[in-house]
Design a protein around this ligand. Structure first.
Ligand code: FAD
Length: 451
C-alpha cells in the first residue's frame, strides 16, 4: 500500500529529517516484538509486516508523517525498541511503523521537584546515566531497561524493578505530564498535564504519538543485591513479607522456585540449588535483612553493589526469568497475576497439587495502592490453549487478578474493562482510528462514548 505506491512513497521521501527503511528483512525485524513468549500470539502475529518503517528526527517530521498517513488513511504503529511481550508494537494492518529512536534527549530536569522531561525514544539505561549527574534515578524500570525506551515503557509496560516501592506506572504521581502529536488532518503537538496524560498511559500508542514525557524520579541510591537460600518454599513467602514490612529501602524483592533457579544462567544457579529470595536494598537496609535471615535461620549471600556486578540480580527477575527459562526450552510460556492478599499460599499449593511441575513459581513483591502485595509471573509448560485457560480459571477462582499476556488488546491484557477516557482520547486525537489499529477494544464500541 505505501511501499508499492510510488506517489505515497515519494511523499514520505520528501519529508525532511526522516529516515526511511524499505528493505524486506528490516521491515520484518522492525515489525516484531517479543510476542513469541506466547504461542497464541505467535500464531496470530507472525505474518504481520509493515509496508514501511520511518524514523523521524524532529517534531516536524513526526507531524508530516501523520499528515501523509491521514491523507491516505494509512495505519501508524509506534515503536520504541520493540521489547514488548503482547505484540503491542506489531502492525496488525500493515502501514507505517514509526520508530522513535532519534527522540532520545533529556530535555529538562527540575531540581526542586525531581521531575525530568525526556524524549520518548530515550533508552532507560541511558536516561538513568544522564540522571546520575543530578543525583537521581528512575523510580521504575522493566528488566529490559538496558534496551527499552521510556516512551515504550509508559505506552506499553506496567511496572518492574522499583514496583516494590513505587507501585505501577499508572499509579498517580509517576507520570507527571507528556507531549504528543495528534493524528488528524493538521497534526499538532499538544502538552498534557498529569490528569490529561492518564488516557495515553498504557494505551499502546493508540491515542497519540508521544514525543516526550515528564516523570517523577527518585534520589539515586547505591543498591546492594542479596540472595537468600531457603529450603522450604512456603517459608520464602513469610520471609519476603517480613522484609517488605521492615523499615528499609527496597528496590526489589523476588522469589524463584528451585526448579526455576536450576534453569537460570550458570553464574546464578551455580551458587547453590534451592528456592531463592532476591532482594535489593541499601547497605543500611541489608544489615536489617541479614538480621531477619538470622531469625528465620536461613543463609544469605551479599553479592555486592548491583551496578558494579558483572552479573546482577536485575537480570534474573521480572520477565527476564521467563527469558532464561525459554532459552533452555522454548516450550515454557508464562502468566502474570496479582496474587490474593494473604491467600497466596492457598492458591500456589492448590496449583502445585493439581498441575505439579507444569507450573513453576516466580513471585515479585509490589506495592498496590500503597499496600505490600505479591505479584506472580509463573512459568508454564505449554500444552495448548485449553490447559492454559484452565490454569487461568483456577487462579481466578482462588482470587488472583490475571494480566493475560496471551492477548492483543490493551483491555484484555490489563484491567479487563474498557477505559472510557482512553477511547475518548482516541476519538479526539485519532478520529480515523489510524494509530495502532486493532489494539483498543473500546474503539469498536466508540458510539457509546458521547463527546
Ligand atoms: C525479557 C523481558 C523482560 C521484560 N520485563 C518487563 C518488566 O519488568 N516490566 C514491564 O512493564 N515490561 C517488561 N517487558 C516488556 C517491555 O520490555 C517493556 O514494557 C518495555 O518498557 C517496552 O519498551 P520498548 O521501547 O521496547 O517499547 P515497544 O515494545 O517498542 O512499544 C511498546 C508499546 O508502546 C507503544 N509506543 C512506543 N513508543 C511510543 C510513543 N512514542 N508514543 C506512543 N506509543 C508508543 C508501541 O506502539 C507499543 O504499543 C519485558 C519484556 C521482555 C522481553
Amino acid at each position: 500500500m505505501t511501499s508499492n505506491n510510488p506517489t505515497i512513497l515519494e511523499k514520505f521521501k520528501e519529508v525532511k529529517n526522516l529516515e526511511i527503511i524499505e528493505s524486506q528483512s528490516d521491515l520484518k525485524r522492525l515489525s516484531k516484538d517479543f510476542y513469541n513468549y506466547s504461542p497464541i500470539l505467535t500464531e496470530k502475529l507472525d505474518g504481520c509486516i509493515a509496508d514501511l518503517v520511518v524514523r523521524p528526527g524532529d517534531h516536524n517530521a513526526v507531524k508530516k508523517v501523520a499528515e501523509i498517513c491521514w491523507e491516505f488513511s494509512i495505519p501508524i504503529t509506534l515503536r520504541g525498541s520493540g521489547t514488548g511481550n503482547y505484540g503491542q508494537a506489531v502492525p496488525l494492518f500493515k502501514g507505517v511503523v514509526m520508530q522513535m529512536s532519534y527522540f532520545n534527549k533529556l530535555e529538562e530536569f527540575d531540581p526542586d521537584t525531581g521531575f525530568v522531561k525526556v524524549q520518548a525514544g530515550c533508552v532507560m539505561g541511558d536516561l538513568n546515566k544522564k540522571l546520575e549527574k543530578y543525583g537521581r534515578e528512575l523510580r521504575l524500570l522493566p528488566s529490559t531497561w538496558k534496551t527499552a525506551t521510556i516512551g515504550g515503557f509508559i505506552a506499553g509496560g506496567s511496572g518492574g524493578i522499583g514496583s516494590i516501592k513505587w507501585g505501577f506506572l499508572r499509579d498517580p504521581g509517576n507520570l507527571i505530564g507528556l507531549e504528543a502529536v495528534t493524528m488528524n488532518e493538521k497534526p499538532v503537538l499538544l502538552k498534557f498535564d498529569a490528569e490529561e496524560s492518564e488516557p495515553l498511559n498504557h494505551a499502546y500508542g493508540t491515542n497519540g504519538i508521544i514525543t516526550s514525557l515528564i516523570l517523577a524520579t527518585d534520589i539515586k541510591r547505591k543498591w546492594y543485591s542479596l540472595v537468600i537460600d531457603c529450603i522450604e518454599f512456603e517459608k520464602t513467602i513469610e520471609i519476603l513479607k517480613t522484609i517488605t514490612s521492615a523499615a528499609v529501602d527496597l528496590k526489589l524483592g523476588a522469589i524463584l522456585e528451585e526448579e526455576i533457579v536450576d534453569q537460570m544462567p550458570t553464574w546464578f544457579r551455580n551458587k547453590s540449588l534451592s528456592n531463592k529470595i532476591l532482594v535489593q536494598s541499601t547497605l543500611g537496609g541489608i544489615k536489617t535483612i541479614e538480621l531477619i535471615c538470622k531469625k528465620f535461620k536461613v543463609e544469605s549471600t551479599l553479592l555486592g553493589e548491583e551496578e558494579k556486578l558483572v552479573n546482577g540480580v536485575s537480570e534474573v527477575v521480572w520477565n527476564h526469568t521467563t527469558l532464561h527459562m525459554r532459552s533452555r526450552d522454548k516450550n515454557w510460556t508464562y502468566l502474570q497475576m496479582l496474587l490474593p492478599q494473604n491467600n497466596e499460599l492457598k492458591l500456589i499449593n492448590f496449583l502445585r497439587k493439581k498441575w505439579g511441575k507444569k507450573v513453576l513459581w516466580h513471585l515479585e513483591a509490589v506495592s498496590q495502592q500503597g499496600t505490600p502485595r505479591l505479584a506472580a509471573l509463573p512459568v508454564l509448560k505449554w500444552n495448548g490453549p485449553e490447559e492454559l485457560n484452565e490454569i487461568m480459571e483456577d487462579c481466578k477462582n482462588l482470587g488472583a487478578f490475571i494480566f493475560n499476556p496471551h492477548v492483543l488488546t490493551v483491555e484484555s491484557g490489563g484491567l479487563g474493562v474498557v477505559d472510557a477516557d482512553q477511547v475518548k482520547a482516541k476519538i479526539k486525537f485519532d478520529p480515523k482510528g489510524l494509530l495502532n489499529p486493532g489494539k483498543l477494544e473500546g474503539w469498536a464500541i466508540k458510539e457509546q462514548f458521547n463527546i
